[in-house]
Design a protein around this ligand. Structure first.
Ligand code: BT5
Length: 277
């Protein structure tokens, strides 16, 4: 067995309840067109990152039923009951300037919005920088990890967590008031295999759009971002900014006009919507 197959089988050790064959059939020919479905894993982002470092080519999609160490940003935890979420990561080796790579979060967010619309008939919103929300509650989040492989080539692992078939009793205390799921919003369950395939397809189209036509992508992102035009409080590690979320720049960073009229560029932070005074 070569190194790559060994890596793949190590990562794949687990119960498979996604329909991996249908997932791969549906993705045939797509840019993100090879899927690996595993049972339990620490984190799909961490596992795919390791494969990427060893030279795995672009296009691999890793989905899992359960994560033991699911990660959010800044060392936060991503929680999920077994078999009820989409927990997926995709390996990107695009020709994107590193300073624009933040837009992969936008590409992933838009892919989720489009796939949920197509597969579930539900409209969901994006909240800057990486949340998928419905009725003001968090449905999903995105985590992009950037790395360099052993040959010095840049890659990105884009991870998506989406609460699909959770019922009311599935929410741990710490997110009970702030989170929701597609099944709660719609009152129906959804096929995770079809949804994951649709997200991967839209994501591939979006990465190509980012490479060839960034302005079109930015226009779509501006339209989907519910944060723009809202009065917000932005929490940064050492500072809190209050103002109006005015726009995003070419790299997807948020432009806030503060109450004192200053223009501030926010690269990463937690945004809370405030009620207008
Ligand atoms: C995120 O971080 O929203 C990024 C989440 C990315 C998860 C995916 S799952 C597949 C891949 N593999 C990984 O290991 N990660 C990615 P952040 O903005 O930091 O939000 C984290 C915060 O959201 C936590 O501190 C909780 O407050 C809340 N949270 C945790 N799990 C949640 C869930 N399932 N639904 C809604 N909110 C959640």
């Amino acid at each position: 067995m070569d190194e790559r197959s060994q890596n793949l089988s190590r990562v794949a050790g687990g119960r498979e309840t996604y329909d991996a064959r249908r997932l791969n059939d549906t993705l045939a020919g797509a840019r993100f067109g090879r899927a690996l479905a595993v049972g339990v894993i620490d984190s799909t982002n961490t596992a795919l990152f390791e494969l990427a470092r060893s030279g795995e080519p672009e296009g691999l999609v890793l989905v899992s039923e359960e994560q033991l160490a699911g990660r959010g940003r800044l060392g936060r935890k991503w929680v999920s009951p077994k078999g009820k979420s989409i927990l997926m990561s995709m390996l990107v080796r695009a020709s994107v300037e590193p300073q624009r790579a933040g837009l992969l979060n936008a590409v992933a967010g838009l892919a989720v919005v489009d796939a949920v619309q197509a597969e579930c008939g539900i409209e969901v919103d994006l909240k800057w920088p990486n949340d998928i929300v419905a009725y003001g509650k968090k449905l999903g989040g995105i985590l992009t990890d950037a790395g360099t492989d052993r040959e010095g080539r840049q890659f990105w692992v884009v991870g998506i967590g989406l609460n699909v078939n959770w019922s009311a009793g599935d929410f741990p205390q710490e997110i009970a008031d702030t989170a929701t799921s597609l099944s709660i919003v719609a009152g129906a369950g959804f096929d995770r295999t079809a949804l994951a395939a649709s997200i991967a397809r839209f994501f591939g189209d979006g990465v190509s759009e980012l490479e060839s036509s960034r302005e079109t992508l930015l226009a779509r992102y501006r339209k989907a971002l519910k944060t723009l035009g809202k009065k917000v409080r932005v929490e940064l590690p050492n500072e809190t900014i209050v103002g109006v979320a005015d726009d995003i720049d070419d790299s997807g960073d948020l432009i806030v006009i503060t109450d004192r009229g200053e223009r501030r560029l926010v690269l990463a932070g937690d945004v809370f919507e405030l009620r207008p005074a």
